[in-house]
Write a protein that binds this ligand. Structure first.
Ligand SMILES: *[C@@H]1O[C@H](CO)[C@@H](O)[C@H](O)[C@H]1NC(C)=O
Ligand SMILES: *[C@@H]1O[C@H](CO)[C@@H](O)[C@H](O)[C@H]1NC(C)=O
Ligand SMILES: *[C@@H]1O[C@H](CO)[C@@H](O)[C@H](O)[C@H]1NC(C)=O
Ligand SMILES: *[C@@H]1O[C@H](CO)[C@@H](O)[C@H](O)[C@H]1NC(C)=O
Ligand SMILES: *[C@@H]1O[C@H](CO)[C@@H](O)[C@H](O)[C@H]1NC(C)=O
Ligand SMILES: *[C@@H]1O[C@H](CO)[C@@H](O)[C@H](O)[C@H]1NC(C)=O
Ligand SMILES: *[C@@H]1O[C@H](CO)[C@@H](O)[C@H](O)[C@H]1NC(C)=O
Ligand SMILES: *[C@@H]1O[C@H](CO)[C@@H](O)[C@H](O)[C@H]1NC(C)=O
Ligand SMILES: *[C@@H]1O[C@H](CO)[C@@H](O)[C@H](O)[C@H]1NC(C)=O
Ligand SMILES: *[C@@H]1O[C@H](CO)[C@@H](O)[C@H](O)[C@H]1NC(C)=O
Length: 663
C-alpha cells in the first residue's frame, strides 16, 4: 500500500527497494498512506493538491525580462595581484556573512520541537554552510519577539507555543510563549553545528523583561552573540505600540533605560552585547537616530549596529495595506546590479560610522519583499542571483553580515521550508534559490577571517563582478550574468588579467546555473543540487563539477564564459587543495529523520529497527553519503556528545531519502 502511493507522489526513484514499515505511520495503522489520505472520491491527492494554497510551494512562473538592447558581451578586469593599494577594498569579511533571522513563531517548525527533537534537514543545511564558513549566525526573533514571554512549562514539552487567543479580544495577535527548552534547543544545535545566536529583548514596554537575556547568557554562553534592543522602532508608533510623541529621541531614551536595567541585573552578567537601532526604513532615517548622539551615548553597551530592510513588499495582497506590487512588473528590478546598489545606498554613512567605532554593521533582517515575499520572484533563480549580488554589494560596502528572514509555509521568500506537519511523513524539505546564495557567499569568504572584496563592475548593470582577496592576495573573481537568453546570444566572457603579477596556468570555475531567471527547479551549484520542492534533506545531490579553464599566461589573460543567466566563481588556486580557502573539510551530514537524545541508555528507538531492513547503523551510514568525501555524522555525533544517538532513516540508494516516518 505504501509504496505505490509514494510513487504516485513522485518521491521514490526506480532504485527504491521494498521497505517494511511497522506501526508508526501517522495516518493510522499499516493500512498505509493511500487510503488514509485519499479524498472523498477515493483519489490519491498529489503533494501539490495539499499545498496549492501555501506560498512556499507556489508555482507562479514569471516571464523573464527581455535581454537589454545594448550589451557588451566581453570585458576585461584588470586586477591588482595584492590588496596593498586597491581602492574601495572592503574590511575583512567572513564566510558567515549571510546568516538567518528566524521568526520566533516558526522555530519549532524549522529547528525542532525541543532539545531532544531537532530537525535533521535543518542540521544538514546548516552543516553545509559550516563546512564552507566555519559557522553560522542565526537570530531567533522578529516581530514576535516584543510580545513573547517566558513560561515554566508548555504542555507538549515543545520549546515555544502560541498563546491561546483571548476570546474577549480575538483580533489580538497571540503572543509566542517559550520555555527553557528554547535555549536548550539552541544549545544542543550549537553542540552539533557551530551556530551562534542573536536574541531580542522584548521592547513592547519599558518595564523591562530581561528573562531572555538572563536565560540566553546562562544557557547559551559563548554561543550567544547579541541581544537586540528594539525591533523596527520606527514602526512602533504606526503599529500602535507607542503613543505620541515617539521619535528617535524617545527611542534613544528607552534604549538608555534598557541599558540601565541590564546594568542593574546581576543575572545578566554580560552588559555590552546590545544591538540597535534596527530601523526598518520606516519614518525615521538613520541620520535622525545618529542625531540623538545614540552611537556616542551607547557605544560601550553596543556590540553591533543594525538596520533592517526589504526592497519591496506584498502587503497589499496579504493585508490590504499600501498599493499593489505587480510581481511581473517588479521582476526586472531585481535582475541587475542596481538592485543591490540601491539597497546599500541609504546605509553608506552608517557603515562608515560603525567602522569608525570598530563595531560590526549588520543588515539584521532582510529578504526580497516584506509581507511574505512576491510570488514568482522570491523563490526564483533570479532571486538567487539577486541575493548573491546584494550580499556581495553589502560586503563591498563594509557591512559585516546580513540575516535573511525565514518564515513558515505561508511566505514565498524562505531559504528553507519544512513540510507542513501533516505531510512530514511523505514530503521532505524545500529550499529556495537564496539558500544557494548563502552557500556561495560562505564559499566566497571562507574561514580565514582575512577575506576582502571589491566591486569591479565595469560592464554595465547586468554583468556585475567582484574581486576577492584572501590574506592579501587575489584569490577569487565573481562574475554575474543577469540576462536571460537561452539562445546563447547573451552569454558573456569576462577576461581576467593580473596587474602586478601573472594569471595562473589555469583557473577553476564553479557555476550557479538554472534554465532561466524564472525557474524554481533544477538549480545547481558546481553541478550539485539540493533538490526541487519536497525533495530536500539538506545534502547536495549529484557530482561536484568544477570547470577548469586554461589561461594564456603569455598574454596574462584568463577568459571565463558566463551563460545568460548564471553566476561564475573563479578560483585562482585549486579549490580542492587542502590549504585553499574553498571547502577544505567534508561536511558533517545528518540523516533525515528525527534526532533523538537518549541519555544514559543504550536503547535504539524502535523506529530504527522498523525502518532499517536489518542494516546496522554503520552500514546505513555508508549509504547515507551522497556527496563525495562527506562524512556521515551518525557515527561522528556519538563521539561529539556522549549519550546522543541519531535515528537512522530509510535510505533507498541513489540518494533518494524518505523523510522520517517517525514524526
Ligand atoms: C569607490 O566607491 C565610490 C562610491 O561607490 C565611487 O564613487 C568611486 O568611484 C570608487 N572608486 C574607485 C576607484 O572605484
Ligand atoms: C571599507 O573599509 C575600508 C577600510 O578597511 C575603506 O578603505 C573603504 O573605503 C570602506 N568602504 C566603504 C564603502 O566605506
Ligand atoms: C508586553 O508584552 C507582555 C507579554 O506579552 C504583556 O504581558 C504586556 O502586557 C505587554 N505590555 C504592553 C504595554 O503591551
Ligand atoms: C519533545 O518533543 C517531542 C515531539 O513532540 C515530544 O514527544 C517530547 O515529549 C518532548 N520532550 C520533552 C522533554 O518534553
Ligand atoms: C541539551 O538539552 C538538554 C535539555 O533537553 C539539556 O539538559 C542539555 O544540557 C543540552 N545539551 C547541550 C549540549 O546544550
Ligand atoms: C494538512 O492540514 C491542512 C490544514 O490544516 C489541511 O488543509 C490539509 O488537508 C491537511 N493535509 C493532509 C494530507 O492531511
Ligand atoms: C575566525 O574568527 C572566528 C570567530 O571569531 C574564530 O572562531 C576563528 O578561529 C577565526 N579563524 C581563524 C582562521 O583565525
Ligand atoms: C591586506 O591583507 C593583509 C593580510 O590579510 C592585511 O594584513 C592588510 O591589512 C591588508 N591591507 C589592506 C590595505 O587592506
Ligand atoms: C530537472 O532535471 C531532471 C534531470 O536532468 C529532468 O529530468 C527534469 O525534467 C528537470 N525538471 C525540470 C522541472 O526542469
Ligand atoms: C560541468 O559543467 C560545465 C559547465 O557548466 C558543463 O559544460 C559540463 O557539461 C558539466 N559536466 C558534467 C559532467 O556535468
Amino acid at each position: 500500500m505504501l509504496l505505490p502511493s509514494l510513487l504516485a507522489l513522485g518521491l521514490l526513484s526506480t532504485t527504491a527497494r521494498a521497505v517494511t514499515v511497522y506501526g508508526q505511520i501517522p495516518f493510522g495503522q499499516t493500512s498505509g498512506l493511500a487510503s488514509a489520505t485519499a479524498g472523498a472520491d477515493g483519489a490519491v491527492p498529489t503533494a501539490d493538491s495539499f499545498t496549492k494554497l501555501l506560498a512556499a510551494y507556489d508555482e507562479t512562473t514569471l516571464r523573464p525580462p527581455q535581454p537589454p538592447q545594448e550589451q557588451s558581451l566581453t570585458f576585461t578586469l584588470n586586477l591588482a595581484a595584492s590588496n596593498v593599494s586597491v581602492p574601495n577594498l572592503s574590511i575583512m569579511q567572513h564566510g558567515s556573512f549571510y546568516g538567518f533571522s528566524i521568526e520566533m513563531s516558526v522555530i519549532t517548525q524549522l529547528m525542532g520541537k525541543n532539545a531532544s527533537h531537532i530537525q535533521v534537514p535543518f542540521l544538514n543545511l546548516i552543516a553545509q554552510i559550516q563546512q564552507r564558513a566555519g559557522g553560522v549566525h542565526i537570530r531567533m526573533g522578529g516581530n514576535t519577539q516584543d510580545f513573547a514571554y517566558y513560561v515554566d512549562k508548555i504542555d507538549n514539552g515543545h520549546a515555544t507555543s502560541k498563546e491561546k487567543s483571548d476570546p474577549k479580544n480575538p483580533t489580538l495577535t497571540p503572543a509566542v510563549l517559550y520555555t527553557d527548552e528554547l535555549f536548550h534547543l539552541a544549545a544542543n544545535i550549537s553542540s552539533l553545528v557551530n551556530v551562534r545566536w542573536y536574541l531580542g529583548i522584548p521592547f513592547n514596554d519599558t518595564n523591562w523583561r530581561l528573562t531572555i537575556a538572563q536565560k540566553g547568557q546562562a544557557i547559551l554562553g559563548d554561543h550567544l552573540i547579541g541581544l537586540q534592543g528594539g525591533n523596527e522602532p520606527d514602526y512602533y508608533l504606526g503599529h500602535g505600540h507607542r503613543i505620541e510623541p515617539y521619535g528617535p529621541e524617545e527611542y534613544a531614551n528607552e534604549f538608555e533605560s534598557l541599558i540601565k536595567a541590564v546594568q542593574n541585573d546581576a543575572n545578566v552578567p554580560i552588559k555590552n552585547m546590545l544591538i540597535g537601532p534596527s530601523l526598518a526604513s520606516g519614518p525615521w532615517t538613520p541620520r535622525q537616530v545618529w542625531d540623538t548622539n545614540y552611537l556616542d551615548r551607547f557605544k560601550d553597551s553596543l556590540c553591533a549596529i543594525t538596520m533592517e530592510h526589504y526592497p519591496s513588499n506584498n502587503c497589499f495582497v496579504q493585508f490590504n495595506v499600501g498599493s499593489y506590487v505587480d510581481p511581473q512588473e517588479t521582476f526586472p528590478a531585481f535582475l541587475n546590479h542596481n538592485a543591490g546598489l540601491n539597497l546599500v545606498e541609504p546605509y553608506r554613512e552608517t557603515s562608515e560610522l560603525a567602522r569608525g567605532l570598530g563595531k560590526p554593521f549588520i543588515m539584521f533582517e532582510t529578504n526580497s519583499a516584506t509581507c511574505g515575499g512576491l510570488p514568482g520572484i522570491s523563490d526564483s533563480f533570479g532571486a538567487g542571483l539577486w541575493a548573491l549580488d546584494y550580499g556581495l554589494t553589502m560586503a563591498a560596502t563594509n557591512f559585516s553580515g546580513a540575516l535573511l528572514h525565514v518564515g513558515g509555509q505561508n511566505v514565498y521568500y524562505n531559504p528553507f521550508t519544512a513540510p507542513p506537519t501533516n505531510q512530514s511523513a511523505f514530503n521532505e524539505w524545500t529550499v529556495g534559490a537564496i539558500y544557494y546564495s548563502v552557500i556561495i557567499v560562505a564559499e566566497i569568504f571562507g574561514k580565514s577571517n582575512v577575506s576582502q572584496i571589491v566591486d569591479t563592475s565595469n560592464n554595465g548593470i547586468y554583468t556585475p563582478s567582484y574581486a576577492i582577496y584572501d590574506n592579501g592576495a587575489l584569490s577569487k573573481v565573481a562574475l554575474f550574468n543577469f540576462i536571460d537568453d537561452p539562445s546563447g546570444a547573451h552569454d558573456i566572457t569576462g577576461t581576467i588579467t593580473v596587474n602586478g603579477g601573472q594569471v595562473p596556468p589555469q583557473v577553476w570555475v564553479k557555476y550557479f546555473l538554472a534554465d532561466s531567471v524564472s525557474v524554481k527547479t533544477n538549480l545547481t551549484w558546481a553541478g550539485q543540487t539540493f533538490g526541487n520542492k519536497f525533495q530536500v534533506d539538506g545534502r547536495p545531490k549529484g557530482d561536484l563539477n568544477i570547470t577548469t579553464i586554461q589561461c594564456d599566461q603569455g598574454a596574462n589573460q584568463c577568459h571565463v564564459p558566463v551563460k545568460a543567466p548564471s553566476f561564475a566563481l573563479v578560483f585562482l588556486s585549486d579549490p580542492n587543495a587542502p590549504a585553499a580557502a574553498g571547502i577544505d573539510a567534508p561536511a558533517l551530514t545528518f540523516e533525515t529523520t528525527a534526532f533523538t537524545k537518549t541519555v544514559n541508555t543504550a536503547t535504539v528507538d524502535p523506529a530504527v529497527l522498523a525502518t532499517s531492513n536489518g542494516h546496522s547503523g554503520k552500514e546505513r551510514s555508508k549509504l547515507g553519503s551522497t556527496s563525495s568525501g562527506s562524512v556521515n555524522a551518525a557515527e561522528g555525533l556519538r563521539a561529539l556528545i556522549p549519550g546522543v544517538s541519531v535515528l537512522l532513516s530509510m535510505l533507498l540508494g541513489a540518494g533518494v531519502v524518505m523523510a522520517a516516518l517517525t514524526r
